[in-house]
Design a protein around this ligand. Structure first.
Ligand SMILES: Cc1ncc(COP(=O)(O)O)c(C=O)c1O
Length: 403
C-alpha cells in the first residue's frame, strides 16, 4: 500500500529527527549520558506524593478522576496565579491555562499564531523542542545571537528593522531568558525591559519560556520579562517538569484573558483537558508546602553537581575551551577549540560510553558546530567526573587527528 500519496503535504516533508536517533544510542545502560534535560530521579518526592495522592483521593477522588475544564482546574489556576504575584506578574486564574507540558504549550502557540511562510525570531542557540514544535507549522526562523547576557536585544532591533524593509513582520519573539537551554545564561533586568520596549514599539509578541527560573544556585532571582509587560504582549510559560517531575506532564501559560481563551480553543482538539488527577496532586503538593521545600532540596542537590561538572571541564577539556559556570538551571554549554564538529565527534563519544547533545542541534542557522550541551542534574558526581574525563580524551584525540 502506498501510504505516501495519502500523507498530508506537511507530513511528507517531515523528516525523522536525527537527534532522536542519536538519543536512542544514549539509552544503553552503561552510557554516561549528559544528553537529556532530565531531573535527578533520586530527588523525586515519592514519600510526599504518597501522602498527597491519598489526600486527593480521600478529599476529591470523584472530581480528580473525571474529565476537567480545558483551561485546567480552577484550584490549581488560582494557586499558580497567587504564585505569579511573588514574581511580580499580575495575574488571576483567568490568565492561566494549564497545559500538558510546556511542549504542548509551544505547539498550541504555534497553532494559534502561525501560518505557513510566517517568520518568528529565536535565540541562537535555542531550545531544540521549540524549534521542532514551531517548524511543524512550516515557518521561517530568524536567529539573534546570545552573549553572556542572553539575546542581544540591540541586534534584535536591527533585525526587526531589516525584516520590516522586506515587508516581513515576525509573528513573535521566542526567548528562554533565565538559565537558558542550552547556553545557561541569564538575561539581566535592563535587557528584559529593553525587550519589552522593543515589543511595544514594533507591536510584537514575546514568548517567555521559563522552566528553570527557580533552580538558582547563586545570586538573586531576576524578575520574569512578563513582570515588565503592561500591554499583555508577553506570554509566559513554566512547567512542573524540572521542579517536581516531568512524568506529571503538567505546565502552565500566563497570558491575557483574550489569549487564554484562544489558546484554550487550540488545546481542546489536542487533549480535551490536561490530566485532571495530576492537576489535583500538584495543587495539593503546593498547598501542603511541599513544592517550596522540594525546590530547596533539588537546588542543594544540583549545585555540587554543577560545580563538579565545571571543575571537571577545567581539568579534562583543552585549556582554551569556553564554558561559563551557569548560575542556575541544568546545563553547561562548552565550546571547544580547533576545527572539531561535535556532531561528527558524537559517535566517538558513544564508543567511549559518554553522550551529549551537539551544538548544531540548537541553531536554526547551522551554527554551533564546535559546541556541546552537557546536563549536570541527572548523573552522580562520580559519573560526572568520569564522563567528562572520557569526553576530554575523545576531544584530545580529535584535536590531534585534525592537525
Ligand atoms: C526551554 C524549555 N521549554 C520547554 C520544555 C518542555 O518542558 P515540558 O516537560 O513541560 O514539556 C523544556 C524541557 O526541557 C525546556 O527546556
Amino acid at each position: 500500500m502506498n501510504l505516501e500519496r495519502l500523507f498530508s503535504k506537511r507530513t511528507r516533508t517531515m523528516r525523522p529527527s536525527e537527534i532522536r536517533e542519536l538519543l536512542k544510542l544514549t539509552q544503553q545502560p552503561d552510557i554516561i549520558s549528559f544528553a537529556g534535560g532530565l531531573p535527578n530521579p533520586n530527588a523525586f518526592p515519592i514519600n510526599e506524593l504518597q501522602d498527597v495522592v491519598k489526600k486527593v483521593l480521600d478529599k476529591d477522588g470523584k472530581l480528580a478522576l473525571q474529565y476537567g475544564p480545558t483551561e485546567g482546574i480552577r484550584a490549581l489556576r488560582n494557586t499558580l496565579a497567587n504564585r505569579c504575584a511573588k514574581d511580580g506578574i499580575d495575574a488571576t486564574s483567568d490568565n492561566i491555562l494549564i497545559t500538558t507540558g510546556s511542549q504542548q504549550g509551544l505547539d498550541v502557540l504555534g497553532r494559534i499564531f502561525l501560518d505557513p511562510g510566517d517568520t518568528i525570531i529565536v535565540e541562537l542557540p535555542t531550545y531544540l523542542g521549540a524549534i521542532n514544535a514551531f517548524r511543524a507549522y512550516e515557518i521561517n526562523f530568524e536567529g539573534i545571537p546570545l552573549d553572556k547576557d542572553g539575546m542581544q536585544v540591540d541586534l534584535l532591533e536591527e533585525k526587526i528593522k531589516e525584516l520590516q524593509k522586506k515587508g516581513i513582520v515576525p509573528k513573535f519573539i521566542y526567548v528562554v531568558p533565565t538559565f537558558q537551554n542550552p547556553a545557561g545564561v541569564v538575561m539581566p533586568e535592563s535587557r528584559r525591559k529593553k525587550l519589552v520596549d522593543i515589543a511595544n514599539d514594533y507591536d510584537l509578541i514575546v514568548i517567555e519560556d521559563d522552566p528553570y527560573g527557580k533552580l538558582i544556585y547563586e545570586g538573586e532571582a531576576v524578575k520574569p520579562i512578563k513582570s515588565f509587560d503592561d500591554e499583555g504582549r508577553v506570554i509566559y510559560l513554566s512547567t512542573f517538569s524540572k521542579i517536581l517531575a516531568p512524568g506529571f506532564r503538567l505546565a502552565w501559560i500566563v497570558a491575557s484573558q483574550e489569549l487564554i481563551r484562544k489558546l484554550s480553543v487550540g488545546k481542546q482538539a489536542l487533549d480535551l483537558c490536561t490530566n485532571t488527577f495530576a492537576q489535583f496532586i500538584a495543587n495539593e503538593f503546593i498547598e501542603s508546602g511541599y513544592l517550596d521545600l522540594h525546590i530547596m532540596r533539588i537546588i542543594e542537590m544540583y549545585r555540587p553537581k554543577r560545580d563538579k561538572m565545571i571543575e571537571a571541564i577545567k581539568k579534562y577539556f583543552p585549556p582554551d575551551t569556553i564554558c561559563h559556570k551557569p548560575r542556575g538551571g541544568m546545563f553547561a554549554w562548552a565550546t571547544i577549540p580547533g576545527n572539531i564538529d561535535t556532531e561528527e565527534m558524537f559517535l566517538d563519544a558513544i564508543k567511549e560510553k559518554v553522550a551529549y547533545i551537539h551544538g548544531k542541534a540548537f541553531y536554526v542557522n547551522g551554527g554551533g558546530a564546535n559546541s556541546m550541551r552537557l546536563n549536570f542534574s541527572y548523573s552522580s558526581e562520580e559519573l560526572i567526573e568520569e564522563g567528562i574525563r572520557r569526553l576530554g580524551r575523545v576531544i584530545e584525540r580529535k584535536l590531534k587527528e585534525s592537525k
